[in-house]
Design a protein around this ligand. Sequence first.
Ligand SMILES: Cc1cc2nc3c(=O)[nH]c(=O)nc-3n(C[C@H](O)[C@H](O)[C@H](O)COP(=O)(O)OP(=O)(O)OC[C@H]3O[C@@H](n4cnc5c(N)ncnc54)[C@H](O)[C@@H]3O)c2cc1C
Length: 285
Amino acid sequence: MHWEAYHCVESIEEALQLLDEYAGASRVIAGGTDLVIQLKNHQRRVKALVSLSSIKALRYIEQDGETIRIGALSTHNELAKSDLLMEKAKALSLAARAVGSPQIRNIGTVGGNIVNAQPAADTAIALLALGAKAKIVSSTGERVEVLENLFKGIGESSVNPAKEIVTEFIFPAFFRSAFQRLALRKAFTLPIINVAVALLIDQKNICREARIAIGPVSTVPFRAKKAEAILNNEIISEKKLVLAAAEAMREINPRDSLLRGSAMYRRAMVKVLLERALRDAVVVK
Ligand SMILES: Cc1cc2nc3c(=O)[nH]c(=O)nc-3n(C[C@H](O)[C@H](O)[C@H](O)COP(=O)(O)OP(=O)(O)OC[C@H]3O[C@@H](n4cnc5c(N)ncnc54)[C@H](O)[C@@H]3O)c2cc1C
């Protein structure tokens, strides 16, 4: 685990300038809960690290009209404690509460969780269901990516932390959402399955938009579009929720895993968890 320099910056501009100076040989670090382990295991090599932790402008959770905006440096704990998220984006609030342990939640950030691109990353599953977009800046400009276009494979995202910084996540405030997670223990453990749903239901009880995300059942956080199609533009009923959950069970492709259980078991659990999540999202509290 060797690097020549560790820079603590206080602004995005300063960070981008340093990344440019190192021309691909440095990398941004946030909480370090993924990256430090990767450096220690020689999975990554860098000449310098550019720490974003002191950039206060990247830590916020706010509503702007019909949109929720979250600074990428917000920690899981900040997400978990936010009353705004519990009210307007319950899936994300519950997902953040499920991450690791208090120590990990205190320093691990939502931006790092997304860029690290694990198929079962808890906040990735929630943000995917919520239809989030990521704002990404570099010295050459800014781009906005729909979250599902960001995930390229296990541990691979389209963001290049040697050049680019994710600054914020943006998603609509109008969804009813929910999150369910199955794991061997309640804390500090990998999810066997995690599921997030976001539903837009009108006054006639018709589902105008359904979004369902499931992990880890593919190489990237997975959207169950066939299950969504069963709910879209239909009157919400218990029968429809059960049908959608059964469809999701068919469209996923989990692997047999020593750590997470057999494919057959995980397929069956997706149906159980998704039914629970859909019921939870439908009920107005
Ligand atoms: C013991 C333990 C338990 C864990 N449990 C869970 C769990 O239950 N659920 C779960 O989902 N995760 C879990 N994690 C994983 C981890 O905590 C999260 O992925 C965390 O959110 C990563 O954020 P970070 O700030 O620590 O990222 P870092 O480790 O600092 O960075 C991760 C990657 O993202 C890049 N990066 C970070 N921020 C940015 C940015 N703003 N812009 C561009 N690139 C960026 C870095 O260069 C690096 O490649 C666990 C980790 C540990 C060590």
